[in-house]
Design a protein around this ligand. Structure first.
Ligand code: ATP
Length: 245
């Protein structure tokens, strides 16, 4: 069953001469691990922001086509409703953690949504296990490594029990150890817990090792869509558009 369905979606930022996304059509089934890659300026972040409500109602930009989450158009949903369906993790581990303690950070979003203390406790323990960091529960967020911070951010995103975990270049600020930590967690969430993962990533080696499917964007268009071996075999075409492989 498709959890995400995008049909002929085109998006142009206000006053932009050209659309940032052009006639994108794709479908993601529940339980897939999809990597989205492409050169700088291809539209990867724009696509992620259209899916997670960060461009709420597209901020006066022009959007045509459809985006459906779990069979329902996202155009009629509020940012808050979308953020419960799509758990987001961003590029910069420093910018997205605001509390001084890991447990507080996890409690923050849940408290804001009015969860009762018993349910909060249940979810906090659950997501710390899922992100493989139960030992960090009472740790200060200050001394954590980049990889640990991104795993805290993943745990926060999972606390809403979203339909999709969507990550926008989660490892771009991380060293190879942190990068591998994050991808190991994503793989485990996907393989062992069936969580649908969509990750924007320029590190093709990690995508090849962990994703089940790769989407390549170039100049706003979806130019490749297949299994990693199919996409990465097209080395010359990828290099021609500026994908480092
Ligand atoms: P990168 O890998 O550098 O993050 P990207 O593939 O994520 O690039 P986007 O950031 O989505 O690409 O940008 C796609 C296009 O939209 C680019 O031409 C960019 O200049 C343009 N763009 C991005 N944000 C805005 C904005 N807020 N207003 C106008 N144009 C924008």
């Amino acid at each position: 069953m498709a959890i995400l369905e995008i049909k002929n979606f085109t998006f142009r930022y206000p006053q932009a001469a050209r659309p940032a996304l052009k006639d994108i059509s794709l479908s993601v089934a529940k339980g897939e691990f999809v990597g989205i890659t492409g050169p700088t300026g291809a539209g990867k972040t724009t696509l992620a922001c259209c899916l997670n409500g960060i461009i709420p109602h597209f901020q006066g930009g022009e959007a045509t086509g459809r985006i459906e989450l779990d069979g329902l158009s996202i155009f009629n949903k509020s940012t808050a409703q979308i953020s419960r369906l799509v758990g987001s993790v961003f590029q910069d581990p420093e910018a997205q953690i605001i509390s001084s303690e890991v447990e507080q950070e996890l409690a923050f979003g849940l408290e804001n949504l009015g969860f009762a203390p018993v349910e909060m406790e249940k979810r906090i323990s659950e997501v710390l296990e899922l992100a493989g960091i139960p030992d960090l529960r009472h740790r200060s967020t200050i001394g954590l490594s980049g990889g640990q911070k991104q795993r805290v951010a993943i745990a926060c995103a999972l606390a809403m029990r979203p339909e999709i975990l969507l990550l926008d270049e989660p490892t771009s600020e991380l060293d190879p150890v942190g990068t591998e930590e994050v991808f190991q967690v994503l793989s485990r969430l996907n393989h062992e817990h069936g969580i649908t993962v969509l990750v924007v990533e320029q590190k093709t080696e990690q995508l090849a090792a962990h994703a089940g499917r790769i989407l390549v964007l170039d100049d706003g268009a979806l130019v490749m869509d297949g299994e990693p071996w199919q996409v990465f075999a097209r080395q010359r075409e990828l290099q021609a558009i500026g994908v480092k492989i």
